[in-house]
Ligand binder design. Structure first.
Ligand code: C2E
Ligand code: CMP
Ligand code: CA
Ligand code: CA
Length: 403
């Protein structure tokens, strides 16, 4: 699959013919391609395209037949762009751009193809745009094949009971073990995955993998006073486009985890973007017994009305409030208010990004139930998380806990 993105045509090979239907566009990596058209019965060359030039795009945009024939003039290597990929981008684009594109193409088709189009000779910034596009295309493909070759890995960060320092559960956080760049943090690729839709497939893998890890953790525990839980981040598109309840039901069939041990972390933004859909999906998720947390609470739209409207179990106070609690009276007050609010509404509350014991003390005083942060542990690979569970020493009593 990986190498199907590129193709080599031998000298003289016809890449496609005028009048055929077309489902691929091409960018020349090296070589030369002649575009020709039958004009008054004879094949007439229209253009010679070289490295970096794009061709075969017209049929993809308007579903019309190929307007000309493309022939390799020497051994030519091309990058292939599929119709689905282009269609996907066009539907996502601003409708105005879409309109411009179609009008332009229609004008071109009605004026006829008898003049060479001035590919690549434009002194403007076409080549910059092309570079950007190529960078993105290659990055997306790299991510796709990384997913296929298991380069993604989930790390697990303990979430502790603030009063005892014992582990209550974990949050799964994705990493990319890049063969050249090393460990890549999610901030560098989650948005891209969200934009190109890969997050849907990736998200399904994340749900499976994190639940499987939780099963391992449970098995590793000598005593099990309370089940551990796993908090899993779910992105907007994943929430909107994949059938989470069905996916989770399938996962539960093959492992010994109760739905109540899974908590999905969603953001305020996700809820407010499409409240009707969110309400419906949340209802299905909740009916199944899965729990729901609002992540980064206080940083998004923060309309308190949704706390009423949606069935939410947990609020996660954003790290920005916790880290500035002692430098800003306002942050301190916000944290106090949020804790009170959550308790009043019968929700659990987790404080994120706890790095100092003083913060943990303050949060405990406010009545915050759970904490998560570097004070306890950074996100770690599954093996080390398993060691935490097996060891079972409360973080506050551990040797590596700051005095
Ligand atoms: P998030 O969900 O808010 O995750 C918390 C982030 O804070 C994590 O960064 C975690 O490593 C970091 N963190 C935890 N404790 C501390 C602390 O005490 N101090 C500091 N400075 N940082 C702390 P990470 O792992 O880089 O993840 C960043 C974001 O990427 C996440 O923010 C989440 O929005 C997204 N993400 C991570 N994994 C996934 C995933 O599996 N699916 C989706 N959709 N998004 C994910
Ligand atoms: P498409 O119509 O899909 O297939 C033929 C391709 O040749 C077309 O997309 C353009 O990429 C390219 N093409 C068509 N007409 C010209 C022209 N006059 N000059 C240069 N290239 C052209
Ligand atoms: Ca989170
Ligand atoms: Ca967060």
């Amino acid at each position: 699959m990986k190498e199907a993105y590129r193709q080599v045509f031998q000298s003289g090979a016809q890449i496609f013919r005028e009048g055929e239907s077309g489902s691929l566009a091409y960018i020349i990596e090296r070589g030369e391609v002649e575009i020709s058209s039958l004009i008054k019965g004879s094949a007439t060359p229209l253009a010679r395209l070289r490295d970096g030039d794009l061709f075969g795009e017209m049929a993809l945009i308007d579903d019309n037949v190929r307007s000309a024939t493309a022939t390799a003039l020497c051994e030519t290597e091309v990058i292939i762009v599929s119709r689905d990929y282009v269609k996907n981008k066009i539907t996502q684009a601003d409708p105005l751009l879409n309109l411009f594109l179609r009008v332009l193409l229609k004008r071109l088709r009605t004026t006829g193809n008898t003049q060479p189009l001035r590919f690549g000779t434009n002194p403007g910034n076409e080549s910059d745009v092309r570079e950007q596009f190529l960078d993105r295309l290659l990055y997306e493909r790299e991510m796709q094949s990384a997913l296929e070759s298991n380069q993604f890995e989930l790390y697990y960060q303990p979430i502790v009971h603030l009063d005892s320092g014992c582990i209550a559960g974990f949050e799964s956080l994705i990493r990319w073990n890049h063969p050249k760049r090393g460990l890549v943090p999610p901030a560098e690729f989650i948005d891209t995955a969200e934009n190109n839709g890969l997050i849907v497939v990736m998200g399904e893998w994340i749900l499976k993998e994190a639940t499987r890890a939780l099963e391992l953790f449970e098995k590793a525990r000598a005593e099990r006073p309370q089940p551990l839980y796993m908090s899993i981040n779910v992105s907007g598109r994943q929430f909107a486009e994949s059938d989470l309840p069905t996916i989770m039901r399938e996962i539960f069939k093959s492992c010994d985890i109760a739905p109540g041990q899974i908590k999905l972390e969603i953001t305020e933004t996700l809820l407010m973007e499409n409240p009707e859909l969110a309400a419906l999906s949340l209802e299905h998720i909740k009916n199944q017994g899965i729990r729901v947390a609002i992540d980064d609470f206080g940083t998004g739209y923060s309309s308190l009305s949704y706390l009423n409207r949606f069935p939410i179990d947990t609020l996660k106070i954003d790290r920005s409030f916790v880290s500035s609690m002692f430098s800003s009276d306002k942050s301190l007050e916000i944290v106090r208010m949020l804790t009170e609010l959550a308790r009043g509404l019968g929700m659990d509350i987790i404080a994120e990004g706890i790095e100092e014991e003083a913060q943990a003390d303050q949060l405990r005083t406010f009545g915050c139930d759970y904490g998560q942060g570097y004070l306890y542990a950074k996100p770690v690979p599954v093996k080390q998380a398993m060691a935490f569970v097996r060891d079972n020493t409360p973080f506050r009593a551990r040797e590596d806990y700051p005095a």
